[in-house]
Design a protein around this ligand. Structure first.
Ligand code: NOJ
Length: 510
C-alpha cells in the first residue's frame, strides 16, 4: 500500500516539535527548579537542532499535586516559573529564533485550589456550584488514574464531586455553557498574547455521560466509553472555531488517550468540520520495541487517518512514560527510535532530553514527587559535565546517574552523538521525500522496518532501514547512499550490512 499524506499549507505539518518539561529544563535563578528565564537563556539549544516548535508543559499557577496539571489560575504564570512579563520575554525570544510556542491547556479539570472550585464548594447555592459535577452519591463506578474511586465526598456540603484524576483535580462541568465560555476566554487570553497553539490535556474526557449505566467492567479512566462521546466532539469543534478566528493558523493538538485508532481518528473531525489539527498516537508510545508491533501500529495509524485526510502526530515518549533509552533498553535502540520518529509521514514530537540519550533517573522514595511514580523521566537535563551540570542551586529531582557523560556539552562535542544524529535527521526532513513524500513498506527481514518515501513526481526518494534485532544483511538494491545513520557514518554507498539495533536513511544520489 502506498500512502500519500494529505497536504495543505499549515506550519505545523512541517515543524518538528520539542516538548519542554519546564521544571527540569533550565534554572535561571538557581533555586533548583527550572523556570522561564532559564528556558529563555537555553532556547538556542532547541532552535540549533532545527526544531521549529515547542510545547511547554503547564506553567500556570498550581499547587503542583500533579506536576502543574492541577491549575489554580489559567491566565497567569506560577511564580516558580516567573510571571507574565517573563513569559512575554520568553515568547518574544522563541519567535525571534523561529520557534512557535504551544502551551499546555488542562480543560478537563482544574485544581481544588482554583477560586472556581473554592467558591463552588463553599455552599450548594454557590454561583460556581454547577461548574463542577456534584451528586448525592457516586453516580457511577469510574476510577481515577490511581485506581481510586473518581468521586469524593465534600464534607461541608455533603455531596460527592467527580474527579477523573486526583481528588485535588475536580472535573469541570462542560455541560455548563459558562464553563465552555470561560475556557474559550482562556484560549483567547493566550492567543492574544501571541501563543501559536495548545496541547490539550485529556481532551477526549471533557464531554461525559455521567448518569448512564455503569460499564460492565470497572471503568478505567483512559478507556471509559462514557467519556468518548458525541458531546466531546461538539465542544472541540467550538475550540477549533476560536483557534480559527486568529490569523496564522493556531494549532490544537489533542491528547486523546484512547487505543482504538479508528476512534482516535474521529477527533480530527473532517476537512469541512475540523476538530483537532493533530492527535497524539498513544499506541505508538506504548508499542513494544519490536518490528512487528511497530509495523502493525503504523499501518493501523495510516489506515485510520488517511481516509480522513488527517495528519499524523508521532511521539515515542513524553513526561508520563519512561525514556526511550530506559524503555527500549539501550542507547542504540534510542538512536533507532530517533530515526523512526523523524522519518515517518507526519509531525514528530520529541520529548526534551531524548536528544542527548538520557535515561530515567533513579529516584529514591524520599525524593519522589509524582503521585503515580513518573519522576524518573522528569529528571533535570544535565547541561555539562561540571559538578552541578549547569544547575548551581541543586535540582528538585535527582539527575540520572550518568550525567557526567550524558549531558548537552558532551553530546555537542561528540560528532557521533545521538544529538548530532537528531540534528542530521531534522535537517534531512526538509527534503521533499521526507517532508511530503509517500510512504510504502519495503519487504525486509523479520526484525527490520524498511520503508520508502518518495515525492509524487519521483524526483526525490529516500529509504529508511531500521534493524530492531541482531546483526542482519539486507541489501536493498544497488545505488543507495547513506545520508544519516545511527553510527554517524554518512556518504558511503550502503552495503546492506546492519549491526544489531542500527538504522540508516538512504538516498539515491542525484
Ligand atoms: C495527562 C498528562 O500528560 C499527565 O501528566 C496528567 O497527569 C494527566 N493528563 C492529568 O492532567
Amino acid at each position: 500500500m502506498i500512502i500519500h499524506p494529505s497536504r495543505s499549507n499549515s506550519w505545523w505539518k512541517d515543524a518538528v516539535f520539542y516538548q519542554v518539561y519546564p521544571r527540569s529544563f533550565a534554572d535561571g535563578n538557581a533555586d533548583g527548579v527550572g523556570d522561564l528565564a532559564g528556558l529563555t537563556q537555553r532556547l538556542e539549544h532547541i532552535s540549533d537542532m532545527g526544531v521549529e516548535a515547542v510545547w511547554v508543559s503547564p506553567i500556570f499557577p498550581s499547587p503542583m499535586k500533579d506536576g502543574g496539571y492541577d491549575v489554580s489560575d489559567y491566565c497567569n504564570i506560577d511564580p516558580m516559573y516567573g510571571d507574565l512579563a517573563t513569559f512575554d520575554r520568553f515568547l518574544e525570544r522563541a519567535h525571534a529564533l523561529g520557534l512557535r510556542v504551544l502551551l499546555d491547556l488542562v480543560p478537563n479539570h482544574c485544581s481544588s485550589e482554583h477560586p472556581w472550585f473554592q467558591d463552588a464548594r463553599s455552599s450548594r447555592d454557590s454561583a460556581f456550584r454547577d461548574w463542577f459535577v456534584w451528586r448525592d452519591q457516586p453516580a457511577n463506578n469510574w476510577t481515577t488514574f490511581t485506581g481510586d474511586p473518581a468521586w469524593t465526598l465534600d464534607e461541608r456540603t455533603g455531596q460527592y464531586y467527580l474527579h477523573t484524576f486526583l481528588p485535588e483535580q475536580p472535573d469541570l462541568n462542560w455541560a455548563n455553557p459558562d464553563v465552555v465560555a470561560a475556557i474559550g476566554d482562556v484560549l483567547r487570553f493566550w492567543f492574544d498574547r501571541g501563543v501559536d497553539g495548545f496541547r490539550l490535556d485529556v481532551i477526549h474526557c471533557i464531554g461525559k455521560r455521567i448518569d448512564a449505566a455503569d460499564p460492565p467492567e470497572a471503568a478505567n479512566w483512559g478507556h471509559c466509553p462514557f467519556n468518548d462521546v458525541d458531546e466531546t466532539h461538539e465542544l472541540i469543534r467550538g475550540l477549533h472555531k476560536i483557534a480559527d478566528s486568529y490569523p496564522g493558523g493556531r494549532a490544537l493538538v489533542g491528547e486523546v488517550f484512547l487505543f482504538d485508532l479508528q476512534r482516535v481518528a474521529t477527533y480530527y473531525g473532517t476537512p469541512d468540520v475540523p476538530e483537532l489539527d493533530m492527535v497524539f498516537n498513544f499506541p505508538m508510545i506504548y508499542s513494544p520495541w519490536s518490528a512487528a508491533d511497530l509495523r502493525a501500529r503504523i499501518d493501523a495509524t495510516m489506515s485510520a487517518l488517511t481516509p480522513r485526510q488527517a495528519w499524523p502526530a508521532w511521539a515515542l515518549g513524553n513526561h508520563d512514560n519512561p525514556r526511550q533509552r530506559t524503555r527500549y533498553g539501550s542507547l542504540d535502540a534510542a538512536r533507532c527510535a530517533a530515526v523512526l520518529l523523524l522519518t515517518l509521514p507526519g509531525t514528530p514530537f520529541l520529548y526534551g532530553g531524548e536528544e542527548i540519550g538520557m535515561s530515567d533517573a533513579e529516584v529514591p522514595p524520599s525524593r519522589r514527587v509524582d503521585p503515580i511514580g513518573r519522576d524518573g523521566c522528569r529528571a533535570p537535563i544535565p547541561w555539562d559535565g561540571s559538578s552541578d551540570h549547569g544547575w548551581p542551586g541543586g535540582t528538585w529531582l535527582p539527575m540520572p546517574a550518568d550525567a557526567e557523560v550524558v549531558n548537552v556539552a558532551e553530546a555537542l562535542a561528540t560528532p557521533t552523538s545521538i544529538l548530532h544524529l537528531y540534528r542530521t535527521l531534522i535537517r534531512l526532513r526538509r527534503r521533499p521525500a521526507l517532508r511530503e513524500g509517500s510512504f510504502e513498506w519495503v519487504d525486509s527481514p523479520e526484525n527490520v522496518l524498511a520503508y520508502r518515501r518518495q515525492t509524487e513526481d519521483e524526483a526525490d526518494e529516500c529509504m529508511v532501514v531500521i534493524n530492531i534485532g541482531p546483526e542482519v544483511s539486507f541489501p536493498p538494491g544497488a545505488g543507495w547512499r547513506v545520508c544519516a545513520s545511527t553510527s554517524g557514518v554518512v556518504g558511503d554507498l550502503f552495503t546492506g550490512r546492519l549491526s544489531a539495533q542500527s538504522a540508516v536513511v538512504l538516498e539515491r544520489p542525484r
